[in-house]
Design a protein around this ligand. Structure first.
Ligand code: 5GP
Ligand code: ZN
Length: 116
């Protein structure tokens, strides 16, 4: 999709530190990491967020936890623990409208899910 930051990363017109890529998913380091390990896992095909996924895309999206676990092992946070989350829509706190899952770890992240 034109003017989508993450589509630009997928098609190589915007540089990113890519840490994983297969036919349908890619993962790269977050530009403003909130934790020692902060990776974004995205489908290569553009979809705005969870609310937009089609039935055809469901098998692709379903593989994200598996990729997250592979990366967690690779980055040595599988034993200490990690968080995998997606923000969907404005109340969800989404700022980039290409579906992405944050994989974070490497320090205690605390229980907080909602802003005060
Ligand atoms: P959201 O707030 O939509 O859940 O998360 C968007 C994430 O994308 C943020 O953590 C932000 O730091 C990251 N981000 C925004 N622009 C870029 C970029 O150009 N490159 C990379 N690697 N990450 C980005
Ligand atoms: Zn996109």
């Amino acid at each position: 999709m034109e003017n989508c930051l993450f589509c630009k990363i997928v098609n190589g017109t915007l540089p990113a530190h890519i840490v994983y890529s297969d036919e349908t998913l890619t993962a790269f380091k977050d530009i403003h990491p909130q934790a020692p390990v902060h990776i974004l896992i995205i489908p290569k095909q553009h979809v705005d967020n969870l609310a937009g996924i089609s039935k055809e895309m469901t098998p692709v999206i379903s593989r994200i936890p598996e990729v997250a676990t592979v990366l967690a092992k690779e980055y040595g946070i599988d034993k200490t623990g990690f968080r995998l989350l997606t923000n969907s829509g404005s109340d969800g706190g989404q700022t980039v409208y290409h579906l992405h899952f944050h994989l974070m770890g490497g320090k205690p992240l605390g229980p907080k899910l909602v802003k005060d």
